[in-house]
Design a protein around this ligand. Structure first.
Ligand SMILES: [Zn+2]
Length: 485
């Protein structure tokens, strides 16, 4: 046998940078020690925390402001590159969404809402997904963050990218759903698929990640795994064990349906028991992790019992595989818990131990009476998941994973179009074009100033041009808008 033996599950397409020696998933026990800590990029669209769904609505974008404040208060901006991403353009949003739906989101305002009642039904606008002031800008901002994160990751400009304002996993191709209007996760994964043969999506929000599952239900290049509460009367009502994908995508959707009150120990052991074999079997080239915080105890809508430490342990576990990773937000309806959770997980992702006492910040009054990073959130709801039930789920998932072993190799015949190719005009910033050529930044303003550019950036500027240039130059048809996956 020659030393150049090929690995059958990777594409030989000349369009793709060959990462197979760089990012093969390993079981935790076999992990190599990394030479240095992974580089982390943090995306916070300025003002994304200033939007309001309405007085009585449980979704409060203000939680993003609280989160960012804790992140800065803990000094985590010293540990990562901070970015204020540009807004996603209409064309970018239309890479997944229907044009008429995006056009509606762009046009609708609280003032003209009366005249558009027919569209309300068509696009599922209503109590859950209300029209509010500057709704479209809000969508462009959080989607822009996830797209910038995906671009950065694809270009090898970072190991881990974080966008807590993203993760809106319920939005559908042509309609809003469950407080979500635009599905930034699907858009981000589509961007990743331009460079990565296989992407793993993991969802630990208490609700089923139905929008993402549906988008990639027929694809064997994206494996979706969702851990959620599953009950007839619980939104969105999907996510049973029997939903496994279809056609080419059969066996490439996994669902872990749970009952009320799952506790730290059961959740963590099940999460690891499912994710370890999933990653080693599917061998993704990149991972997108939706960190919805409504799976924490004491959530206003959720009914699990998780502590922030347990939620964060799932994030830590996924990080140990050393694969390119995007961490996104999602649900979370107790603002003080959401902010603590995502600040803690920013610490986990940057490898920083955070003091339990919260730092001074502008919103300290939200965090009383304990002012602690780890308030007691567990034990308020009875755990309805018996040991036998959880074991049955675990066995069932193991059984399903056996089909992945026999899955045909993933061929890269369908090349997703170049999202950036749609922006050849003035909408694209110069930095973004530079980034593609591996000599610049990723189309967003760095908010930490040039003096804090990390060493990775500096070496990137000098880039040797080998391989990287070929990646950009070899890309498929630019500007093509038909997506098939
Ligand atoms: Zn949720």
């Amino acid at each position: 046998m020659s030393a150049l033996v090929d690995y059958p599950t990777f594409s030989d397409s000349p369009f793709f940078f060959d990462r197979r020696n760089l990012h093969i998933a390993q079981p935790e026990s076999a992990l190599m020690q990394q030479h240095s800590a992974p580089s982390v990029s943090y995306y916070f669209p300025k003002h994304v925390g200033n939007y309001h769904y309405g007085e009585r609505h449980p979704m409060r974008p203000h939680r993003l402001e609280l989160t960012n404040n804790l992140v800065l208060g803990y000094g985590l901006h010293e540990k990562m590159a901070m970015y204020n991403p540009r807004r996603a353009t209409e064309d970018e949003l239309c890479e997944f969404h229907d044009e008429d739906y995006i056009d509606f989101l762009k046009r609708v305002t609280p003032a003209n809402a009366q005249k558009l009642t027919k569209d309300y039904t068509l696009y599922n606008i209503g109590d859950d997904c209300p029209v509010f002031h500057d709704l479209f800008s809000f969508c462009q901002q959080y989607a822009g963050g996830t797209l910038a994160a995906a671009r950065k990751l694809s270009q090898g400009g970072t190991d881990i990218a974080i966008n807590w304002s993203g993760g809106l996993h319920h939005a559908k191709k042509g309609e809003a759903s469950g407080f979500c209007y635009v599905n930034d996760i699907v858009l981000g994964i589509l961007e990743l698929l331009r460079y990565h043969p296989r992407v793993l999506y993991i969802d630990i929000d208490i609700h089923h990640g139905d929008g993402v599952q549906e988008a990639f239900y027929l694809s064997n290049r994206v494996l979706t795994v969702s851990f959620h509460k599953y009950a007839a009367d619980f939104f969105p009502g999907t996510g049973n064990l029997s939903e496994i994908g279809a056609n080419l995508g059969k066996h490439f959707a996994l669902n872990v349906p749970l009952h009320d009150g799952i506790d730290d120990e059961s959740y963590i052991s099940l999460f690891k028991a499912v994710m370890e074999p999933t990653i080693t079997t599917f061998r993704p080239d990149a991972i997108v992790l939706q960190c919805g915080a409504d799976s924490l105890g004491c959530d206003r809508l959720g009914t699990f019992n998780l502590s922030i430490a347990a939620h964060g342990e799932c994030v830590r576990f996924i990080k140990t595989f050393g694969l390119p990773l995007i961490a996104l937000g999602g649900g979370g309806y107790r603002q003080s818990s959401v902010a603590r959770c995502w600040a803690y997980e920013t610490g986990v992702l940057t490898g920083t131990d955070l003091p339990v006492a919260l730092p001074q910040n502008n919103y300290l009054e939200f965090f009383g009476p304990d002012y602690s990073l780890h308030p007691p959130l567990s034990g308020h709801i009875q755990n309805m998941n018996s040991r036998q039930y959880l074991e049955r789920i675990r066995m069932s998932i193991r059984e399903k994973l056996r089909y992945l072993n026999g899955a045909p190799s993933v061929q890269m015949q369908e090349i997703p179009p170049d999202l950036q190719g749609l922006l050849e005009s003035e909408e694209r910033k110069k930095e973004e074009r530079d980034e593609e050529a591996h000599n610049g930044m990723a189309g967003e303003d760095r908010s930490d100033g040039p003096q804090k550019r990390n060493e990775f950036y500096d070496t990137e500027v000098g880039g040797d041009g080998s391989g990287a240039g070929a990646t950009a130059a070899g890309l498929g048809p630019r500007g093509k808008k038909t997506i098939r996956f």
